[in-house]
Design a protein around this ligand. Structure first.
Ligand SMILES: Cc1cc2nc3c(=O)[nH]c(=O)nc-3n(C[C@H](O)[C@H](O)[C@H](O)COP(=O)(O)O)c2cc1C
Length: 272
């Protein structure tokens, strides 16, 4: 699976209004291959399925004109939300590179039908599904209003999300150095209700990632940890595209932070 990561990220917007065509055989094959081979740095296995709307009775109150969905399940365990978010978003970015629109949906689906089709076992969850199809030339009025309501076209400023050595100093893109592009691509990631819970503190060659929790947990787990995984896929795939390697590790650096913020994981750039 090879695609232009930054291009996909920059051009991506959620799509809820489709033109009614089924995806072509060629695109379908490419998508299926991506779904089968996608991995995440947390080694969380994620099982994807491509499902036809009519065959399975799948519906969403916010989606128009989609004939197929991708849904994915995983088992609860260490870092499962992050691995799940990372893998699912990688599939969506790849779909974007094929001209296929997606929107990650947690609540706006007939969930019990989806879960039945996904054949969930005891310890398994299916937090998200997305329609897949070709975007309609114009969004539905409902989608336009919805995007306005959650300010889907805007993001929190760079220096309010990312920090320089400690949470007391906002980070400039210049100071972010080798991480500048990767953090900017993370900034544009999709998140539940566009809450953008990711925070990061850059300390030389290391970036410490945090979750600023603003939504309560659901029976599906902590949706905002899935957001973190989604954001980390933008960050990590951008670095990889730029030929910068490194590794994720978990070791809380003990920086002072606000009460709703929790340390999640760090990334260290490989020194040359
Ligand atoms: C974990 C997660 C859950 C989401 N759930 C829904 C949902 O139930 N219904 C919906 O219309 N959009 C949902 N979205 C889409 C977000 O609203 C959307 O990504 C955000 O507003 C930013 O817009 P953009 O993706 O166009 O940049 C979800 C996104 C994520 C990441």
């Amino acid at each position: 699976m090879n695609f232009k990561v930054k291009e996909s990220i920059k051009d991506r917007k959620s799509v809820r209004t489709f033109d009614g065509r089924r995806i072509s055989d060629k695109d379908r094959e490419a998508l299926l291959k991506c779904m089968q081979t996608v991995r995440n740095p947390f080694d969380v296995p994620v099982e994807f399925k491509l499902l036809n709307v009519n065959e399975h009775g799948l519906t969403s109150p916010v989606v128009i004109g989609a004939e197929d969905y991708i849904a994915a399940k995983t088992a609860r365990g260490k870092n499962f939300e992050m691995g799940y978010g990372y893998s699912f978003e990688t599939v969506c970015l790849y779909a974007k590179s094929l001209g296929i629109g997606t929107v990650l949906l947690a609540s706006s689906i007939n969930r019990s039908t989806f879960e039945k089709v996904m054949d969930l076992k005891d310890n398994e969850v299916m937090p998200l599904a997305t329609p897949v199809g070709y975007p309609a030339p114009k969004r539905s009025i409902r989608e336009v209003l919805m995007r306005k309501g959650i300010k889907a076209d805007s993001r929190i400023d760079f220096d309010k999300l990312f920090f320089d050595e400690s949470f007391s100093k906002g980070l400039s893109a210049e100071k972010a150095g080798v991480f500048a592009d990767a953090l900017e691509m993370l900034r544009w990631a999709p998140s539940a209700v566009n809450k953008q819970p990711w925070r990061a503190v850059v300390c030389k060659d290391t970036v410490h990632f945090y979750e600023a929790k603003s939504l309560g947990d659901s029976p599906l787990g902590d949706l905002q940890k899935i957001d973190l995984g989604i954001g980390l896929s933008h960050f990590d795939l951008t670095l990889k595209e730029e030929g910068i390697s490194g590794r994720f590790f978990e070791k809380d650096p003990g920086l002072a932070h606000e009460a709703n913020v929790q340390y999640i994981i760090s990334f260290e750039k490989e020194s040359l």
